[in-house]
Design a protein around this ligand. Structure first.
Ligand SMILES: O=C(O)CCC(=O)C(=O)O
Ligand SMILES: [Fe+2]
Length: 313
């Protein structure tokens, strides 16, 4: 296990809520996002507004996870969501929310699994967090599509997005030795945003295949490109190899927002990105169907590019 070298990822500020596509600020962010993704397949997106939720979010997670269960992961989706991400044994609750019912649903289905009598303030915090982070993700995806000159597909792609919120706790190492929190992988979805408490642990591969410690600021999300976006862009971006190594003697809490595509939507590179020099890399696939294949491969401890094995051309 590698101790890792500290790295400061490029930080791109998304706090301006009036940011308009086509404005000079938008164009300069686009260039910075492109540079960051080419170099690291990863960057920090800062959003000052999230600081208002920080104490409430991690405070409630500490309380909620302080129950007999070892690990708690909760899944929230803003559209009907079936299946799971990762190991089903770790799935505590899967649920759907829609704009109108978002607060009520979280209240009833999510917090009651942690607090038998509900927890209104935590549900409100989660609703605000979901709204802030999904909005940020959509902006980032628009910028990325523009980088590749295919922004005309942004609405369609975003409309076919399924969001999942995963709340995770990583226990401090028991005997002082660095302990694996999550094994090395690439994300299989489109884009992931990670928001953590003050305890670091995420490591990413740099271009030379060395592990780098990621140290995000309190107002930053770590943005990770997944395999589905790589496939949709016909290999235009790489997806980032990462894992979690727990080194500090403290508990780490992370909220991850996973943007994937909904069942029935075929992930397929637009024709603009396919030509003689860049032949199509993956056959069109349904993300949810692919996830079933992926989960089976992972539980058999098979490594390598699962997407390549599933639908590589
Ligand atoms: O906890 C983290 O920082 C990373 C989690 C992760 O990589 C994942 O859930 O896919
Ligand atoms: Fe991941």
């Amino acid at each position: 296990m590698s101790s890792g070298t500290p790295i400061k990822l490029p930080v791109i500020d998304f706090s301006n809520q009036n940011l308009k596509p086509g404005s000079p600020e938008w164009d300069s962010m686009k260039h910075r996002v492109r540079e960051a993704l080419e170099e690291f397949a990863c960057f920090e997106a800062s959003l000052d507004q999230v600081l208002e939720l920080r104490d409430a979010l991690f405070g409630a997670m500490e309380e909620a996870f302080d129950l007999p269960l070892e690990t708690r992961k909760l899944y929230v989706s803003d559209k009907p969501f079936r299946g799971y991400y990762g190991h089903p044994s770790k799935l505590l609750e899967s649920m759907t929310i829609d704009e109108a019912q978002i607060a009520e649903n979280i209240e009833q289905r999510l917090t009651t699994t942690m607090w038998p009598h509900g927890n209104i303030s935590f549900s409100k915090t989660l609703v605000s967090f979901t709204q802030q982070s999904t909005r940020l993700e959509k902006t980032i995806r628009r910028l990325i599509l523009e980088i590749f000159g295919v922004e005309k597909y942004a609405d369609e792609l975003i409309d076919n997005t399924n969001y999942m919120l995963k709340l995770s706790k990583y226990k401090a190492p028991q005997n002082g030795e660095p302990t694996s929190g999550i094994v090395a992988h690439t994300d299989q979805n489109m884009v992931t945003l990670l928001y953590q408490n003050e305890v670091d642990g995420l490591q990413i591969h740099n271009k030379d295949g060395e592990w780098m410690d990621v140290k995000p600021s309190p107002n930053s999300f770590i943005v990770v490109v997944g395999e589905s976006l790589r496939a949709w862009l016909n290999g235009g971006l790489s997806s980032n190899y990462h894992h979690v190594l727990m080194k500090e003697n403290k508990t780490r809490y992370v909220v991850g927002l996973f943007a994937g595509t909904r069942a029935g939507y075929h992930v397929k590179a637009p024709e603009e990105l396919v030509n003689d020099k860049n032949p199509i890399m993956f056959k069109p696939f349904d993300y949810e169907e692919y996830l079933r294949f992926y989960s089976a491969q992972v539980s058999l401890s098979h490594f390598g590019s699962h997407l390549q094995a599933y639908c590589g051309v």
